[in-house]
Write a protein that binds this ligand. Structure first.
Ligand code: CP
Length: 322
C-alpha cells in the first residue's frame, strides 16, 4: 500500500496488473461518479481537493490528455499539464529529473504518456506519488482498456462471455494489448484479426485467439474494435496499399451488415476514416466512439479517485522506489 515502510507506492502501469475485483471496482466507481455528477448542480466533487495531478505528455494526445485534465478538475484536484515541447527536456533533462522536479513542487500523482515502452514503470521506481500510464510506446494504455470495458458494459449490460474482435494494426497498438489483458480478466473471449505482418512476435502467448479472416469472425462478434493504422510508427510498408488494407481488414458498410442486431463497433480514436473504418460505420447507430470519449473522463476520475483519494489506494501495482 502507499507509503508502507516509506518506500513503496501504488500505480496503474498495466491492465494486466488489475485483478478482476480491482477492474470491476474501477468500472463500478465510474458508474457511481457518473450518477453523482449527473445530479450535481456544480458538476464537481471535492474528493481530491488539496491534491495535485501532473499530466506529463511526451507524445501527442487529444482525448487522453484532455480527459485526464477534466477528470482531475472534476475531483477538485490542482492540475499541471506539462508538454515536453517547450520544457527543459529540450535541453537534455532526463525523464527521472523532470519527474523529480515536478514532484518537488508537490505532485501527488503523475499521468505519463511517452514513446518509450516501459517509461511509466521506470518512473514508478523514482517517485513517491502514484504513476498512471496514459500510453507508453507500443506497450500499454490501461485507462483506454478500462473506458472501453465500461462502454461495452454500458451498451451490452455485461462483459463475461462476450465475443470481442479486435481488428487491425495490433503490432503498434498499446490499446490492443491492454484490451486483451483486461477483457480476458473480465471473462470476455477475445479474437485478434490482422494481417500476419501486423501481429507482434509472441502473440500466441496472449490470452486470445488469432485469425486472418475478418469476414469469418464478424458474424460471431458481439463487439468489433477497430484499430488505427499507425503510419507514424511504421518505418517500412506492412501492406501493399491503403486500398488493399481496407479491402481485407476495413470495416465498411457491407461488412458491418453481417453483424448481429445488438453488436457494437468501437474505435479508440483517432480514426483514419475510409481506411480501417468507413465514415458511415463510424457515425452509425452501432458506433460507440463518441460514448468512449465521454466515458474516458468518468473512468479516469475513478482511477484518480481510487489511487489518490485516500492514504490506502484501492487499486494498482506496488512498486518499491530505489
Ligand atoms: N485513444 C487515445 O489515446 O487518443 P489520444 O491519442 O487522442 O489520447
Amino acid at each position: 500500500m502507499s507509503g508502507a515502510g516509506g518506500s513503496t507506492s501504488r500505480h496503474l502501469l498495466s491492465a494486466g496488473d488489475l485483478s478482476r475485483d480491482e477492474a470491476l471496482l474501477v468500472l463500478d466507481t465510474a458508474a457511481e461518479l457518473e450518477q453523482v455528477l449527473a445530479s450535481s448542480t456544480v458538476g464537481k466533487l471535492p474528493t481530491l481537493r488539496g491534491r495535485t495531478v501532473v499530466n506529463l505528455f511526451f507524445e501527442d494526445s487529444t482525448r487522453t490528455k484532455t480527459s485526464f485534465e477534466l477528470a482531475a478538475k472534476r475531483l477538485s484536484a490542482d492540475v499541471i499539464s506539462f508538454a515536453a515541447k517547450g520544457s527543459s527536456v529540450s535541453k537534455g533533462e532526463s525523464l527521472k529529473d523532470t519527474a523529480l522536479t515536478l514532484e518537488a513542487m508537490g505532485a501527488d500523482g503523475i499521468v505519463i504518456r511517452h514513446s518509450w515502452s516501459g517509461a511509466p514503470v521506470n518512473l514508478a521506481h523514482h517517485v513517491r506519488g502514484a504513476v498512471v500510464n496514459a500510453g507508453d510506446g507500443t506497450h500499454e494504455h490501461p485507462t483506454q482498456a478500462l473506458l472501453d470495458a465500461y462502454t461495452v458494459r454500458q451498451r451490452l449490460g455485461r462483459l463475461e462471455g462476450l465475443r470481442v474482435t479486435i481488428v487491425g494494426d495490433v503490432l503498434h497498438s498499446r490499446v490492443a494489448r491492454s484490451n486483451v489483458l483486461l477483457l480476458h480478466t473480465l471473462g470476455a473471449e477475445v479474437t485478434l484479426v490482422a494481417p500476419p505482418t501486423l501481429l507482434p512476435v509472441g502473440v500466441e502467448t496472449w490470452p486470445c485467439a488469432v485469425s486472418y479472416d475478418l469476414d469469418a469472425v464478424l458474424p460471431k462478434s458481439d463487439v468489433v474494435m477497430m484499430l488505427r493504422v499507425q503510419r507514424e510508427r511504421m518505418g517500412v510498408s506492412y501492406f501493399p496499399s491503403s486500398r488493399e488494407y481496407s479491402r481485407r481488414y476495413g470495416l465498411d458498410v457491407r461488412r458491418a451488415a453481417v453483424l448481429g442486431d445488438d453488436a457494437i463497433v468501437m474505435h479508440p480514436g483517432p480514426m483514419n476514416r475510409g481506411i480501417e473504418i468507413a465514415p458511415e460505420v463510424a457515425d452509425g447507430p452501432r458506433s460507440t466512439i463518441v460514448s468512449q470519449v465521454a466515458n474516458g473522463v468518468t473512468v479516469r476520475m475513478a482511477v484518480l479517485y481510487l489511487l489518490l483519494g485516500s492514504a490506502e489506494p484501492a487499486i494498482g501495482v506496488e512498486v518499491t522506489r530505489g
